[in-house]
Write a protein that binds this ligand. Structure first.
Ligand SMILES: Nc1nc2c(c(=O)[nH]1)N[C@H]1C(S)=C(S)[C@@H](COP(=O)(O)OP(=O)(O)OC[C@H]3O[C@@H](n4cnc5c(=O)[nH]c(N)nc54)[C@H](O)[C@@H]3O)O[C@H]1N2
Ligand SMILES: Nc1nc2c(c(=O)[nH]1)N[C@H]1C(S)=C(S)[C@@H](COP(=O)(O)OP(=O)(O)OC[C@H]3O[C@@H](n4cnc5c(=O)[nH]c(N)nc54)[C@H](O)[C@@H]3O)O[C@H]1N2
Ligand SMILES: [Mo]
Length: 778
């Protein structure tokens, strides 16, 4: 069968694999023979590559073409029409619009934050191309931090310094070191195996799953604090503590209480390596506010018994313990607190800086954690400087668009939202990733012009005035590696571009030409010449001998030189806290931060505290919306990418995203496997398909992110396909980091009676050819 098929190596954020090509078409995939634990997500690729939802030609919204730039609340209307335009015409139009906006309003009126994961590939990385272009035409308003872990990025540098925060994210101890040294992993948010299938840039081989298994075989025990049993692999035998979501900080404070109370806290460590331990201790034992953060106190909140918490604290103090805070836990209201309390708890145990012990964040969140580090960097497109200093914290995008001129507090800064006239998005899908999607639609109605560069007609593309078709990774030559990866891999083009799709490099080069910045953008190189150039520049920076580009390309991959496999984070600091002082004001771990205290934020004071989120069991809000929806990462794909692919499709129930419901909650509502339900609250609603499951704690329902937003039947639901962000509140973690809080959503669920409307998310909008009267405006 394979005889006539060509086989190409492919790399994606979900790993490296092979695509099977018949003529111009991708007809199959198979795992890379060298990958011990390939991900099933690769199965989505063949269908997604040639799907009717691909953007085939440049398209312009008919009403924008007719009426010109301006606010328009019909952006995103399901019945909106587009006109197909040839490349030269659309590039002229778009260049004219860039010029109009920068001349009339200044470059800060262009929002180019363009958050999103795009595709693997160091040269054709979508945001890198866009940002380089925007910087060269005068700059743009940018976004700071990520949806993934904004609270880590903003809070943790205050607590352990910038380098410390960097090391936690980029150089955590390897799984091998954990296997050798760790007795107990206590992980808040599990170690979700499907999350380790992906990491930015992809990985040459998936080492996380084998690493976890090897650690188990070496005797490492795991306690998983999580609402889902299957957040850990069944066969690593983790103890599952199904705490109420959003109560991790209370649990950690109670564990500290036991350590202080029973004389198990390492006072010598606290004195030598931290500041603020006494402030924290007084708070924990109740001297500050009259509330002892005892196990009994926490038990009411987290719904684990006081005894369980006492036992856990003693176990943690009796051996080498690694505390891991998954990123989900901070993707919630007051998400800074479980991070800070987790660091404080690890400090009380006195094991920070010991191999296999201390604090970590991100094991089980991506495949990269525990797989080594590449401090020598990777090949990259030069980025240049942004002449404009306007920015927003990334998850405040709807606020910015809706409230120009209003202020936003963030990490000690007073920001003023710019008046955005033009939004340019490439390589991201805000109608996947942002919260309160109906509100986001209103926000997208405000600018004069919205431009989206996409491979597919996502909901975001359907909110754009100008849609430009991008090639996929299978349609261009590139190279990739993830951070900490074993090998740099060639990604040769496997099939011709779909329709009229172009590489983004060529799109921005053509726009730069029209805007007088061509030479600066291209530096006289084609994309093929750039590929060679960024490789050779990287090669020169390496201290070891590395093959030249031609040898690399012919070999298909090379080992990445200078990889390090760390045993521990903060090892040097522990050895000598003066010579290796942290980059904090005190040089120590700040369990109390004068800087944060000085901001006077009620939602993030100067030391870790219990702040009760509304989005929790037992709150007033929960009386109306009694089920806590966990909007975690999908196991069937990366975010919204390739949602139409075979593997993702195989998980749908009645064409919709699967909603897992505990048997008792299902019985109370008369729900059975396969039912279509409406999930709703005061923000919005969506339809989903029921899967009754004992893998979750009672009261929790799970609806992973990434079903393409489908607002085509607004009388039935905000989204008929099952995107949880139709129901998520658009509110920041706190004033400090303003991260997204979308992991937790209080909802109610009821059976949908009757025939549910068809899912139309993957049906592209009506596209007609430009009429003879052309571009004349009414
Ligand atoms: N409720 C809730 N919401 C969440 C989360 C959550 O836990 N709960 N998690 C959040 C997190 S951690 C993240 S990181 C975000 C992720 O949000 P996003 O990163 O925005 O999600 P993706 O689906 O990966 O979007 C990438 C888009 O880029 C497009 N694309 C791929 N390759 C190319 C290319 O080469 N060129 C161009 N132009 N486009 C390309 C894809 O078609 C896709 O539409 O979601 C966040 N949203
Ligand atoms: N297959 C796949 N893998 C992915 C992604 C994807 O889209 N698909 N996205 C990638 C990205 S961009 C990121 S940032 C990471 C995110 O990595 P994480 O944030 O770690 O992943 P999530 O799946 O959102 O959450 C993991 C688990 O945390 C648990 N949890 C939720 N709330 C709480 C809580 O309050 N307390 C406790 N103790 N546990 C809780 C849930 O049961 C959930 O399954 O994943 C990456 N990996
Ligand atoms: Mo993320």
């Amino acid at each position: 069968m394979d005889r006539d098929l060509k086989v190409y190596p492919a790399s994606a954020h979900w790993g490296t694999y092979q695509v099977l090509v018949d003529g111009d078409r991708v007809v199959g995939v198979r795992p890379d023979p060298g990958d011990p634990a390939p991900s099933p997500i690769i199965e989505n690729t063949p269908e997604a590559q040639h799907h009717p939802s691909r953007v085939e030609r440049p398209a312009v919204r008919r009403s924008w073409l007719r009426s010109g730039p301006g606010p328009d609340d019909r952006r995103g209307a399901p019945d909106d029409e587009y006109v197909a335009v040839d490349w030269e015409t659309v590039l002229d139009l778009l260049a004219g619009e860039f010029d109009r906006v920068r001349t009339a309003f200044g470059n800060a009126a262009i929002y180019g934050g363009s958050y999103g994961w795009a595709s693997a590939g160091r040269l054709h990385h979508s945001q890198s191309q866009l940002h380089r272009f925007l910087k060269l035409i005068g700059g743009y308003t940018r976004s700071k931090n990520t949806y993934s872990h904004a609270a880590v990025e903003v809070l943790v540098p205050h607590v352990v310094g910038l380098q410390g925060a960097h090391d936690l994210l980029e150089r955590p101890a390897t799984w091998e070191a954990i296997a050798e040294h760790t007795d107990l992993i206590v992980t808040f948010g599990g170690l979700r195996i499907s999350n380790t299938w992906t990491s930015s840039g992809g990985r040459a081989v998936n080492t996380a799953e084998p690493g976890m298994r090897a650690a188990r075989e070496a005797g490492v025990r795991t306690v998983s604090i999580s609402p889902l049993r299957d957040d850990t692999l069944a066969d690593i035998g983790a103890q599952w503590l199904s705490a109420a979501p959003g109560t991790d900080t209370a649990i950690m404070l109670a564990l500290m209480y036991v350590l202080f109370d029973e004389g198990l806290a390492d006072m010598a460590f606290l004195n030598r390596y931290t500041v603020g331990a006494q402030v924290l201790r007084r708070y924990v034992v109740g001297e500050t506010d009259g509330v002892a953060k005892s196990p009994e106190w926490a038990a009411d909140l987290c719904e684990l018994s006081a005894e369980t918490l006492c036992d856990l604290a003693r176990r943690m103090a009796s051996g080498r313990t690694l505390i891991n805070v998954g990123w989900s836990v901070q993707r919630a209201r007051y998400g800074e607190q479980p991070l800070w309390a987790g660091i404080a708890l690890a400090a009380c145990l006195g094991q920070i800086g010991l191999p296999g012990g201390g604090f970590a964040t991100g094991y089980g969140s991506t495949g990269r954690h525990g797989g080594g580090a590449t401090p020598g960097g990777l090949p990259r497109m030069p980025q240049g400087a942004n002449p404009i200093d306007s920015f927003i914290p990334v998850a405040r995008v709807a606020d910015m668009l809706l409230h120009p001129g209003e202020s936003c507090e963030y990490d000690g800064e007073h920001l003023t939202y710019p008046d955005i006239r033009m939004v340019v998005w490439s390589g991201g899908n805000p109608f996947h990733h942002h919260q309160d999607l109906a509100r986001l639609t209103r926000a997208f109605g405000r600018p004069d012009t919205v431009v989206v560069v996409e491979t597919h007609w996502t909901a975001t593309a359907r909110h754009a005035d100008i849609v430009l078709p991008s090639t996929t990774t299978l349609e261009r030559d590139d190279l990739t590696a993830g951070r900490g990866d074993l090998r740099l891999r060639a990604m040769p083009q496997a099939v011709p571009p779909h329709g009229e799709a172009r590489d983004e490099y060529d799109i921005y080069a053509a726009l730069a030409r029209r805007l007088g910045a061509e030479q600066e953008f291209t530096e006289g190189r084609t994309s093929g010449e750039w590929l060679r150039h960024i490789y050779e520049q990287w090669r020169e920076r390496q201290s070891e001998d590395v093959p030249d580009f031609d040898a690399f390309w012919a070999a298909g991959n090379i080992d990445i030189p200078g990889r390090v496999c760390d045993e521990t984070t903060f090892g040097d600091f522990r050895t000598d806290p003066d010579a290796h002082a942290l980059q904090t004001p005190s040089g120590r771990i700040e369990l109390f931060s004068e800087v944060i205290e000085s901001f006077e934020y009620a939602d993030c004071p100067g030391h870790p505290v219990w702040l009760p989120s509304e989005e929790r069991f037992g709150t007033q809000r929960a009386q109306r919306w009694p089920l806590l929806l966990i909007a975690n990462q999908p196991s069937g794909r990366l975010h919204s990418q390739q949602d139409m692919g075979a593997h993702s499709k195989s998980q749908k129930i009645a064409d919709r995203a699967p909603l897992r419901v505990h048997p008792d909650d299902a019985a109370e509502r008369g729900l059975r496997d396969g039912d279509v339900v409406k999930v709703f609250n005061d923000i919005g609603s969506c339809l989903a398909g029921v899967e009754v499951s004992e893998e979750l704690r009672r009261g929790v329902v799970q609806l992973s992110t990434g079903a393409w937003y489908d607002p085509s039947a607004p009388n039935v639901a905000t989204c008929v396909h099952g995107n949880p962000n139709a129901l998520a509140r658009d509110i920041g973690t706190s004033t400090l980091s303003q991260g997204t809080t979308a992991q937790h959503i209080l909802v109610e669920v009821k059976k949908y009676n009757g025939i549910p409307p068809a899912v139309r998310a993957f049906v592209p909008p009506a596209l007609t050819d430009l009429e003879p009267e052309g571009l004349a405006r009414e």
